[in-house]
Each structure stands twice: as structure tokens, then as C-alpha cells.
Write a protein that binds this ligand. Structure first.
Ligand code: HEC
Length: 200
């Protein structure tokens, strides 16, 4: 009897740990690991400037997501209108700990090319680039609402605070300090001086 009891106890502990692991890992989607990097042809693709903050764009993205734009493109039929997945295995965009590991380029790559051997199809033939960005601008509101991707710092930051990609020269390793705007100093002041040359 005591032997039986200890087996039962052991089984219970294993079960409890399994459930705990499942909960800790974001709703049974498996462990939260960073996605593979975007392939070269997508690595330099980024959200058009200002779109993360643009409510109009986000609303257009929502229309696409729920299939109102084009009945053949209905992300919500798997991912759910509220971001709660309907089809088993569809990515849960509400899990911020996972989604913040994705760069905007990785999102764009996955939406464009799909995920091989899963129900996630490539959408690039059905959605022009702009529509893919719109749907991403919407999709991120499930788990990363109010955030935008900072291409220089390689992380999600509050909308409006991302490093401007122009002025600053981003270091390849992403460790670039914030630009302090010195580059502007006496920029356009140079008047073409009518300097007489001795040849005149
Ligand atoms: C037929 C079901 C289905 C539809 C429709 C669908 N998806 Fe997915 N999607 C999935 C599944 C399943 C996965 C998980 C793939 C995996 O295991 O990595 C996924 C994953 C994703 C991911 C994350 C990819 C990754 O690397 O984790 C993104 C982003 C995504 N979908 C966006 C969209 C968008 C945008 C649309 C609409 C244009 C869409 N999906 C339509 C099933 C679907």
C-alpha cells in the first residue's frame, strides 16, 4: 500500500509540474524562444514611418485582419478577432513575452512567406506590402499595444520614442548611443561666396 501511495504521489507531482510548465510557457504554445532571424531579403524591411502611431492605418489593418477587405484574407479565422486563437496552433498575439522577441522585419517576413509545414500560409500574393504592414500595425495591438519597434535599439519602445533612423548612424551591433543632434551644427550656413579669383 505505501508503495502504491508513493507512486500516486510521484504521478501527482509530475502532473502538477507539467501543468505549471504549460502555464508558464504561454498557453501551451511551447517554450518561449526567439524566432529565427529574418532572411536577408526581409532584414531591412521596416514599418513605414509614423504608421505605428496612425489610428487610421491600424483600423485599416483591422479590416484586413477580420476579412472585411477581402474575404480570402481572414487572419481572424485562425488567430481570432480578439487575438485569442481559434485554430489550434495559431500564434497567440496576446502573449507579449513571445511577441516582443519579434522584430518588425520578422513579422513582415512571416506574414509574407508564411511558416513552412504549418497552416500559416504565405500572404504576399494576396496582400501588397502596404497591406501587410497595416495588418502588422493592428496585430501588435493584441500584446504590444502602444509600443513600436526601435530599429536601432532592436527592441520595443513606447510609440513616439523610437530612435530616428535618419540622423543617427546605427552601429551594426546595435549598441549605438542615442544621437545627440550635433550633426546639425552650422549645417546650411555656407553661402556661395563670390570669391574673386585672380584670373578675373
Ligand atoms: C488557416 C489558419 C491561419 C490563417 C488564416 C492565418 N494564420 Fe497566421 N498562423 C497560423 C498558425 C498555425 C501559425 C503558427 C505557425 C507556427 O507554428 O510557427 C501562425 C503564425 C503567425 C504569425 C507568427 C509567425 C511566427 O514565426 O511565429 C504571424 C505574424 C501570423 N501568423 C500572422 C497572420 C496574418 C497577418 C494573417 C492574415 C493575413 C494570418 N496569420 C492568417 C495560422 C493562420
Amino acid at each position: 500500500m505505501t508503495h502504491m501511495d508513493s507512486i500516486r504521489t510521484a504521478l501527482f507531482v509530475v502532473l502538477a509540474l507539467a501543468i505549471l510548465a504549460l502555464v508558464a510557457c504561454g498557453g501551451g504554445e511551447g517554450p518561449i524562444v526567439p524566432p529565427p532571424p529574418a532572411p536577408p531579403e526581409y532584414a531591412d524591411k521596416h514599418m513605414p514611418e509614423g504608421w505605428w502611431a496612425d489610428e487610421d492605418i491600424i483600423e485599416q489593418g483591422r479590416q484586413i485582419f477580420i476579412g472585411a477587405e477581402n474575404i480570402d484574407v481572414n487572419c481572424a479565422s485562425c488567430h481570432g478577432k480578439t487575438g485569442k486563437p481559434i485554430k489550434a496552433g495559431a500564434r497567440d498575439f496576446r502573449v507579449a513575452e513571445r511577441m516582443k522577441l519579434y522584430s518588425d522585419s520578422v513579422w513582415f517576413w512571416r506574414v509574407s512567406e508564411g511558416v513552412p509545414n504549418t497552416k500559416m500560409k504565405p500572404w504576399k500574393t494576396k496582400l501588397p506590402e502596404e497591406d501587410r504592414w497595416k495588418v502588422i500595425a493592428y496585430e501588435r495591438t493584441f500584446g504590444l499595444k502602444g509600443l513600436e519597434y526601435d530599429v536601432v535599439k532592436k527592441t520595443w519602445v513606447p510609440v513616439g520614442t523610437a530612435t530616428k533612423p535618419n540622423g543617427a548612424a546605427p552601429a551594426a551591433d546595435g549598441a549605438a548611443p542615442a544621437a545627440d543632434g550635433k550633426a546639425k551644427k552650422d549645417g546650411k550656413a555656407a553661402k556661395p561666396k563670390a570669391s574673386k579669383t585672380s584670373a578675373d
